[in-house]
Design a protein around this ligand. Structure first.
Ligand SMILES: [Zn+2]
Length: 382
């Protein structure tokens, strides 16, 4: 499956000026090639390259950019021809169609330009790209996107990306190829409880407590937005530090996700995750600000797990986490008093005692089993 992932670039003003000049140069060259294609009638890439390559390259475009410009022009004529054939521009002789056929295709100064791996390189952990420009390589141009998209991008990006300027904002549209892995019918579920002291606790009793991650979580809120607006030396230095921290946090989450998915796969089980919308309602996160401080990290871990699971055909189900921390995983008794302190669960009804996070994870696991049975009842009936 192919899909396009969009990320927003956050170039410095100087980098933005270089990108703008690059797009303009590429599209000026495209207009030159388009006129040539129109006047000579050679609209196929190979023929057009013979007529225009030398000139396009001489305009300050490297070999790669020149080839992309010529291909872009050839593709535009192919698309136009297909559109005319499909009747998109009306029947033969109609004004719109005559207008389209009577002059060369024109490219706006900011029209999209494709970049391949020789003129664009991605650093996913740092969330930056290095991109070729007419004034040289622009290094470490920061980019942002949703955690899920960034994850897809990091794993599945393949081929070209289009550089686009929209409303003064810069974007890369990257092509990704997602492999399809059939989901194995799960024999039970590993429940995962997300928390602060222990980042992830499984119903098997494995506690993942990424050391030092909490400090990073606390600092990361909104900082990119604040920092990237400025380009002062101190802001840059701070940004560099934050990127390092974010990279560390992502690495930790990747490691935890990998272990959990590997364990589920090894034992033929699915993974039950808390529905993250529910984090808000969690009893033990008493202070509301904690939710926002940590939610990006919860989301990141959740999306890493979901993504890695999908890649391995491991089933993932999201369950409602309400009262999982107050409910006894042995007898089902729900009572606030079951939770004696932060770390200890002790059932006031049956006496069952367990680490609080492990108890919660066991509840999440059994909700996963129940949820899966409900959502797949139709499959069994069939
Ligand atoms: Zn009990």
């Amino acid at each position: 499956m192919k899909l396009v992932v969009q990320v927003r670039l956050l170039p410095t003003p100087k980098q933005a000026a270089a990108l703008e000049a690059t797009l303009r140069a590429c599209n000026d060259a495209a207009n030159f090639a388009s006129v040539t294609a129109f006047t000579t009638g050679d609209r196929r890439e190979y023929a057009l390259r013979k007529h225009t390559y030398r000139e396009v390259k001489a305009r300050g475009l490297g070999a790669q950019a020149a080839q992309h410009v010529i291909k872009k022009v050839a593709d535009a004529y192919t698309t136009l021809k297909a559109g005319i054939r499909a009747g998109n521009l009306g029947p033969q002789g109609c004004a719109r169609r005559i207008r389209a056929e009577s002059k060369p295709i024109a490219f706006r100064a900011d029209a999209a330009q494709p970049f391949d791996d020789r003129c664009l390189s991605w650093d996913h952990t740092a969330a930056t790209v290095s991109i070729w420009s007419t004034t040289g390589w622009l290094k470490n141009v920061a980019f942002i996107g949703s955690p899920g998209q960034l994850q897809t991008l990091a794993v599945c990006r393949k081929g070209e990306s289009d550089l686009v300027c929209r409303d003064g904002m810069w974007f890369l549209y990257a092509t990704c190829e997602i492999p399809d892995v059939p989901v194995t019918a799960p024999d039970g579920f590993v429940g995962v409880d997300l928390g602060i002291a222990n980042i992830a606790t499984t119903s098997d009793g494995a506690r993942h407590c990424g050391k030092g991650l909490n400090a990073v979580r606390h600092r990361n809120r909104e900082l990119r937005r604040r920092l990237q607006a400025k380009a002062t030396t101190s802001a840059k230095r701070l940004l560099k530090k934050r990127r390092r921290e974010a990279r560390f946090a992502a690495d930790t989450n990747h490691t935890i996700a990998k272990r959990i998915v590997a364990e589920a796969e090894r034992t033929g089980r699915g993974i039950a995750l808390e529905d993250l919308g529910g984090i808000r309602d969690r009893v033990r996160l008493r202070k509301p600000q904690r939710v926002t401080l940590h939610s990006w990290s919860f989301h990141q871990l959740g999306s890493f797990i979901a993504y890695k699971a999908a890649r391995h055909g491991v089933a993932v189900i999201r369950v409602d986490p309400a009262y999982t921390s107050q409910t006894c995983s042995a007898c089902g008794h729900v009572d606030k008093a079951n939770r004696t302190d932060q770390a200890t669960f002790s059932c006031t009804s049956c006496g069952f005692a367990e680490h609080a996070d492990v108890n919660a994870a066991r509840n999440i696991a059994s909700r996963g089993v129940a949820g899966w049975a409900v959502s797949h009842a139709a499959d069994d009936a069939a």
